[in-house]
Design a protein around this ligand. Structure first.
Ligand code: AMP
Length: 364
């Protein structure tokens, strides 16, 4: 149970072991989730008169990677405006001076659940294809700004009961041409594309692999490639899909070629009829369309994997196609970057912790 205390501008809520110090306009805080950066609460915003989500970035300056993630997430959320990407409503810190500045609060639209919870449900084709379509629209929009979200996973995708979907996390996103987020960070291994597992270079369709894993998980109701460590992750992939891919860099070739040979299974074996509702011709057709799409997404060789642009018109999802959503103009990040983006890019590239600290504080 959370308990609210009061001072002049802020209310203090004890949420489990954490203390949330939030602007008084936010009331009735309740924990709804937690991620790498901190706890997320639902709250009532008395100004907007609606429920919101408040994420506490607790001590984002504990190390360089956390600090860079924080500034990057904030800057991106400020610039991106698309119905399938979570929107920023407010940002604040309770501290008045740079010396005291520790915690940062991000206020977002409130969603009902994340995809982990939805995967447990029996989804019909209509819902499944709509969720998939929205995931791809959000990804495409980020791609249009040169942002490649490398950490796509069910817990980073939020949904509402009306089946609308938004991508939540920019933590590991990276703009093309910059390398500041290349440092290894703890990410969920199961959705990693082969090129990431093998430490090879990657391009935009890296997250099509993750979408394929998520779609497959929705059908199976369980993780497709549940690797227990880095090497086991690769083994889980090749056991099911086979290891015939030849297009590997010399540095990884020896390791990969020393693995036992697996022929892999056909897409029909991996996703048999029994996993789909098959009582109508309509559902049989849909199942074969999903298999077709999965067989194009779960391709080890990235150069042969489908792109987001080509996946969007696929027959399984094209019923939802709306150019306003699928071809929304790029976020204002590359065209005329606001000063904050320019600053962020420069700072994130090679700034010291105290400079990032100062820069973030200047956002308020
Ligand atoms: P994150 O720190 O962004 O990875 O979020 C951690 C968890 O908090 C997510 O997996 C969601 O379950 C939940 N969450 C984050 N943001 C929201 C939001 N805007 N609405 C609802 N739940 C959220």
């Amino acid at each position: 149970m959370s308990r609210g205390k009061r001072d002049s501008n802020f209310s203090i809520f004890e949420i489990g072991d954490s203390t949330f110090t939030v602007l008084k306009r936010y009331q009735n805080l309740k924990p709804i989730g937690s991620g790498a950066q901190g706890i997320v609460c639902a709250a009532y915003d008395t100004v907007l008169e609606r429920l919101v989500a408040i994420k506490q970035l607790s001590r984002p300056f504990q190390n360089q990677t956390h600090a860079k993630r924080a500034i990057w997430e904030l800057v991106l959320m400020k610039c991106v405006n698309h119905k399938n990407i979570i929107g920023l409503l407010n940002v604040f810190t309770p501290k008045k001076s740079l010396e005291e500045f520790q915690d940062l609060y991000i206020v977002m639209e409130l969603m009902d659940a994340n995809l982990c919870q939805v995967i447990q449900m029996e989804l019909d084709h209509e819902r499944m294809s709509y969720l998939l379509y929205q995931m791809l629209c959000g990804i495409k929009h980020l791609h249009s700004a040169g942002i490649i979200q490398r950490d796509l996973k069910p817990s980073n995708i939020a949904v509402k009961s009306d089946c609308t979907l938004k991508t939540l996390d920019f933590g590991l996103a990276q703009t093309a041409g910059t390398s500041f987020m290349m440092t290894p960070y703890v990410v969920t291994r199961y959705y990693r594309a082969p090129e990431v597992i093998l430490g090879m270079g990657y391009k935009e369709n890296i997250n099509i692999w993750s979408v394929g894993c998520i779609l497959g998980e929705m059908i199976k109701g369980g993780v497709l490639f549940p690797g227990s460590d880095h090497i086991d992750q690769w083994n889980k992939v090749i056991e099911q899909l086979g290891n015939s891919s030849k297009k590997l860099q010399p540095t990884v070739r020896t390791y990969v070629e020393n693995r036992p040979k697996y022929a892999g299974y056909s897409i029909e074996k991996l996703f048999p009829d029994i996993l789909f509702p098959v009582d109508s011709e309509h559902n049989k057709l849909k199942a074969s369309q999903i298999r077709d799409l999965l067989s194009k997404m779960l391709v080890m060789d990235a150069s042969k994997r489908i792109s987001v642009d080509d996946a969007l018109p696929h027959t399984y999802i094209n019923v939802w196609y709306d150019s306003l959503e699928a071809e929304a103009p790029p976020p204002n990040i590359l065209n005329e970057p606001p000063a904050s983006i320019k600053k962020a890019q420069v700072f994130i590239a090679d700034s010291s912790m105290s400079e990032i600290h100062q820069e973030l504080f200047s956002c308020f």
